[in-house]
Ligand binder design. Sequence first.
Ligand code: VG1
Ligand code: CO
Length: 544
Amino acid sequence: MKIAIVETRPFKDQKPGTSGLRKRVRVFRQPHYLENFVQAIFDTQKDLHGGTLVLGGDGRYHNREAIQVILRMAAANGIARVLVGAGGILSTPAASCVIRKHRAQGGIVLSASHNPGGPDADFGIKYNIANGGPAPESVTGAIHQATLSLSRYHIAEIPHVDIDHLGETRLGEMSVEVIDPVADYETLMESLFDFDRIHALFNSGHFHMRFDAMHAVTGPYAVRILENRLGAEPGTVMRAEPLADFGGGHPDPNLAHAHDLVQQLFGREAPDFGAASDGDGDRNMILGRRFFVTPSDSLAVLAANAHHVPGYRQGIRGIARSMPTSQAADRVAARLGVECFETPTGWKFFGNLLDAGRVTLCGEESFGTSSDHVREKDGLWAVLFWLNLLAVKRQSVEQIVREHWRLYGRNYYTRHDYEAVDSERAEALMKGLRDKLASLKGQRFGEYRVEQADDFAYTDPVDGSRSEHQGLRVLFEGGSRVVFRLSGTGTEGATLRLYVERFEPDPERHNLDTQETLAELIAIAEQIAGIRAHTGREKPDVIT
Ligand code: VG1
Ligand code: CO
């Protein structure tokens, strides 16, 4: 096997964001662009030398080409063994599962997650470490540093590798094992959930669900597990086939982008349960019949009911949520008497807490929920968890959530996204607000009084690492809050996220319209930050 050493020059824009490096496909297709980033991974992650790498992606445009390049570079960089998902497919949670199960030293997942795909859309690459989780900031920082001074990369001169048939081949010294992308994951799910009971629920003939795979990676997983294994009727999974451009859609499971699913669940003769997941399968949206479960509530409900599920029968050790996620889970943790952590946005901040055994469940308001079974958020896992609860409790989704609110109170919650805003204007908004924070304390806005206002920073309780500037928070007396953040996953301009939350203990007031009951707080956010003036936008692009 001949190895070429190719001369290259550094790219200055290879700094990973909230979850990996995401760019337009045309950026990734520039000569040497992908190769440089991959070489930076191999140069900095020494354990991979002589070790095992897991490789797969969400099937988006450019996935297959990138896999071929990475295989050739892995062979040239002394990787001993690569486990690659057949067809180049591995969902993010499945990759995490495979890394852990096969004790790999790391993994590369090719995905830009919920961002659209296709020749004019987005591509992405994420590196996961040996615990199966997203690389922490220390690792992404080192990779980024390496990209800034890269002058050559190593690549084997070999023909195309067949990744479509299961089995092992050799590339020089390196072995390539093409694995079934679903099998290990399915086994893990079966070890956590009561498959017999869920099967009986589907068999009863009184329970119907729809799962929207959004033409993204979860299709094959959902068909195999929900339909083939658990007996859901054929056709339960919609948009099941992974397509390179996600069928032209935006593989983001929210009320706007999973439009058909939402219509079915809110229509006449609606099924009992609906769910969707995103491009790389780590997000989930949960719907009941004519009922939307906010991701923050979903985390709280799963935590409060975990003992009904075999994998969590012993109880949970603690809960972690990202800062902008509603405080509903905190109330559950308090009642259970377990620790609750508030981390910055991004799954990488949960890794240490999970590894240290301090938390069992984690969640983000952005449709991410998971547990210590892997080190990523896990869309289908959340769906199976809900199915297990539905099978045990024999209540509707709505009944379960309403009962939860009665017991714990309701955290009304919304997120407003202003997408593709001019970056300088977005920065100016954040700077203006940051400068103002100190003066907000004690100020009264209508019925709300500011208790605290700060620029959120986090010190990891396990390794002491510190992360600053993780979002601007205005906290009001009584637990209401507004939070401002700039997205770290977009590829065009800036995306401003406004998160709004209000706690309502009174069960008589649990039936209000979310946007109406939060209208005053939304107006206060506008008053404090001047969103309209800064962004030039009259209203948000997406309201969740
Ligand atoms: C968003 C979400 C964040 C999530 C991240 C990756 O990040 O807010 O909670 O962890 O996407 O999710 P940002 O920086 O755009 O707000 V995924 O499913 O796109 O990998
Ligand atoms: Co995702």
